[in-house]
Write a protein that binds this ligand. Structure first.
Ligand code: DC
Length: 335
């Protein structure tokens, strides 16, 4: 049995935010320690005196952590304490060394644990980023953040709301009110739009094309980049995208840019899609890839571009496993 620590902060004392943040904290503890809610033996929570509207233990129970003993207490008011803070200690059956999780500025409580490692992985569609990103995350025991999924969710929202995506003001209205979050289940990313898991629905060809289109709007990029920076600050992860090394995390010490010939990228997509039962032809996929490259490279804001200090890897003749091993080797050299 191991004790796992964690903490988070809320922006205000609202039951809804307490619910969301407690759930996020426990879900992240579970994901990082490869646990399910059933393997939690007990959860002890404490909150600072400025949190009064909901017992964090009640929020934990509502979030599905109801099969174990739950307890919450109020901390004494201490001068200089981190305000609006919820702390947790979880006892769980695990044989791994515990991974403690500190979110939303709560890492300030534990400087010794707060070393977050981010890895920037950029490249065009079909260069192998998302497969490689997941492999690296697994090898380093961290999480992977597919930033393209976030742009795809914006595109899906536009489709669902029937907005004319060529109309900037209509897309701006969508982006102002979007409820877009990223969660993890068994280490796998879930894209949550308005609370619904849309991880499967964002993978259609229509969403791909529209994601590339809407990602050119500055308002969309500003919002997504700020969400991505917030996530990257709170956890060690591999971020795959188009502008991670150049724009989202320009100071990131680990930057990689994957390339591959368009024909190879199209063939990879074609093979992947065929396994999923998609009927798109190779020629159509190649055409779409070239069109998306063109759109992603030529947009005015944060275009797809290799950062000057990124390591460029041509993956045309490599397997994903080879690329991931090469990258992990380069990271180990630097750490
Ligand atoms: O990686 P993907 O195919 O899932 O990305 C979907 C679209 O989102 C892609 O055409 C470009 C855009 N995108 C972006 O502009 N910046 C990112 N960091 C990630 C994706």
């Amino acid at each position: 049995m191991k004790a796992i620590r964690g903490a988070t902060t809320v922006n205000c004392d609202s039951p809804q935010e307490i619910r969301e943040k407690v759930k996020e904290l426990l879900d992240r503890i579970a994901a990082a320690n490869k646990l399910t809610a059933d393997s939690f033996i007990c959860i002890m929570l404490s909150s600072t005196g400025d949190i009064r509207s909901l017992y964090p233990a009640k929020a934990a129970r509502e979030a599905g952590y109801s099969g174990c003993a739950l307890y919450s207490s109020l901390e004494p008011d201490m001068e200089g304490a981190l305000p609006l803070c919820i702390r947790v200690m979880v006892l769980a059956e695990t044989c791994n060394s515990p991974k403690h999780i500190y979110l939303h500025g709560a890492a300030a409580l534990r400087k010794d644990l707060s070393r977050v490692i981010n890895i920037a992985l950029d490249g065009p569609a079909g260069s192998g980023k998302s497969t490689v990103s997941k492999l690296i995350a697994k090898k380093l025991d961290i999480l992977s953040l597919d930033t393209g999924a976030m742009y795809r969710a914006v595109a899906l929202k536009c489709i669902r709301e029937g907005v004319d995506y060529a109309e900037k003001s209509q897309v701006e209205r969508i982006i102002e009110n979007i409820d877009l979050r990223v969660g993890y289940k068994d280490g796998r990313q879930l894209t949550l739009l308005d609370g619904e898991d849309v991880s499967g629905e964002i993978r259609t060809a229509q969403v791909s094309m529209l994601a590339s289109y809407v990602s050119a709007y500055p308002s969309v990029r500003t919002k997504m980049v700020s969400l991505q920076r917030e996530i990257a600050k709170s956890m060690s992860c591999v971020l795959d995208g188009r502008d991670i090394g150049t724009n989202v995390l320009p100071d990131c010490p680990f930057k990689f840019f994957l390339t591959a010939a368009p024909e190879i990228r199209a063939m990879r997509r074609f093979s992947e899609d065929r396994l999923k039962g998609s009927a798109q032809s190779y020629e159509q996929i190649l055409k779409d890839i070239n069109e998306r490259d063109e759109q992603d490279r030529n947009r005015a804001v944060a275009p797809l571009k290799c950062a000057q200090d990124a390591v460029v890897i041509d993956t045309s003749e490599m397997t994903a496993e080879e690329v991931a091993s090469l990258i992990c080797g380069k990271i180990q050299e630097k750490i």
